[in-house]
Design a protein around this ligand. Structure first.
Ligand code: UD1
Length: 423
């Protein structure tokens, strides 16, 4: 199994290209199930989660072909030949659940394994199920699988989510495009990935209003056609690499970066004393002012501070001047990076949904273990400014969501390399 070795190596300077968004791509790929015509996605990130989603869609009869070194995918579901998403694939990632809405809309039936628990909390799928029921689906839970049917086809309706869920909003949005009549989704997620999905569906002929606000209205249509759609830039990868110079010092330009995608996060960086500026090609982040200042952070649905950047932000605050409090409001168990950062000398106390970080002068390299995707990259970031060597194991978490981390960081002067156990 691979490990990554990082050594604190001084300031970083250079450019890092930001890939297409993993989370957007994972919800865009299943739109192929809504049309018999090919859908082409460009700016696709090269990640294992994308490969897993391709395998899942192929298991339904879709043809998925990659071009441009994996950065372009053509998805073609001329005929659906299977209706079951097996546990073997679904257990690998929750995004498998995105096939449920489109399959119900096109085929009137689907059987999808329940995703089960995951490292960052219970993460149930009840909001997806209740939402689809409101559109006329009938759900039965048997043997760990959701058996879903839509006997009379899906129909429109008004559905208010009890709290914001990105995935449930996306699943219902896809399903409602082919439902009979008008669907109104209230308390919908406003994340840029929802907006990107709506943009792609609209280009396929869907009638959608209000994506990016908390009320989305969808007028069902009889059929959707193919399209070519560029995946929106990955705001979480962007935020992660914005933290690299913030932590190690220096000045890095994030190519393709957009301030509007990371505004709440960028504001916190600025309060901490880090400069964030828009350039012709993206965003320039510089940190040449000595120690950063402590800052309090509370995760919230978009446009608030994203939970997917909380672990990385904590890595920065470990060496800030003062005490920072991080509050996690989206997932109940998302501080598993804290004990690993503590192994590197960080001073962190976790009480329920709050982590109190008292900044130390310097972190020290240590062997650490990735517990989930964002936690793993937070440990790499911490290692960039630590004294000595940090060895990160269980790198497969990282490969689910970050392409070519070593290449991107070493191009800016970081000392980072991947090693395999046998070599
Ligand atoms: C998506 C992102 C993930 C991000 C999260 C929040 C993808 C593939 N993943 O996950 O990276 O961290 O948004 O921005 O896009 N919940 C329920 N019942 C449900 C669904 C969710 O109780 O049916 C809860 C979750 O446990 C969590 C909260 O709702 O506490 C928000 O989760 P949600 O927005 O649905 O996250 P995901 O779509 O799974």
């Amino acid at each position: 199994m691979d490990s990554i070795i990082v050594k604190g190596n001084g300031p970083l300077n250079g450019q890092i290209p930001i890939a297409g968004a993993k989370n957007a791509c994972l919800t865009l790929m299943p739109v192929t199930l809504l049309t018999e015509e090919p859908v082409v996605l460009t700016n696709v990130p090269r990640l294992t989660d994308i490969t897993t989603m391709s395998d899942l869609l192929r298991s339904f009869g879709a043809e998925v072909t990659a071009a441009l070194d994996g950065q372009e995918l053509t998805l073609h579901s001329g005929a659906i030949t299977n209706h079951t998403a097996e546990y073997e694939i679904v257990r690998k990632f929750r995004a498998s659940f995105f096939v449920l809405g489109p399959m119900l809309a096109r085929e009137g039936q689907a059987v999808v394994s329940l995703p089960g628990g995951c490292a960052i909390g219970a993460r149930p799928v009840d909001l997806h199920l209740k939402g689809l029921e409101a559109l006329g689906a009938v759900m039965e839970l048997r043997d760990g699988y959701v058996h879903a049917t839509a006997p009379g086809g899906l129909h429109g309706g008004t559905h208010e989510f009890p709290f914001v869920s990105v995935g449930a909003t996306e699943n219902l949005l896809m399903a409602a495009t082919l439902a009979k009549g008008t669907t109104v989704l209230k308390n919908a997620a406003r994340e840029p990935e929802v907006v990107d999905l709506a943009k792609c569906l609209s280009a396929m002929g869907a009638q959608i209003d209000g994506a990016g606000t908390s009320t989305i209205t969808i007028q069902g249509v009889a059929r959707l056609h193919g399209t070519t759609h560029p995946v929106v830039v990955d705001r979480i990868e962007l935020g992660t690499y914005m933290l690299a110079p913030a932590i190690a010092g220096g000045s890095v330009e994030l190519l393709g970066g957009r301030l509007d995608l990371v505004r709440a996060f960028a504001e916190k960086l600025q309060v901490a004393g880090i400069s964030v500026a828009e350039t012709h090609n993206g965003l320039l982040v510089s940190q040449n002012n000595g120690r950063v200042r402590a800052v309090d952070v509370k995760t919230e649905p978009h446009p608030g501070f994203p939970t997917d950047l909380q672990a990385q932000m904590m890595a920065l605050l470990c060496t800030a001047d003062g005490v920072s409090v991080l509050e996690e409001t989206i997932f109940e168990n998302r501080f598993m990076h804290a004990p690993e950062l503590a192994r590197m000398g960080a001073d962190i106390e976790v009480h329920g949904g709050h982590a109190t970080v008292t900044g130390v002068e310097k972190l020290r390299g240590a062997p650490v273990m990735a517990t989930d995707l964002r936690a793993s990259v937070s440990l790499i970031l911490a290692g960039l400014a630590a004294e000595g060597e940090t060895v990160l194991s269980r790198v497969y978490h990282l490969d689910r969501g970050y392409e070519r981390v070593e290449e991107k960081l070493s191009a800016c002067g970081a000392s980072i390399q991947r090693v395999t156990d046998d070599g």
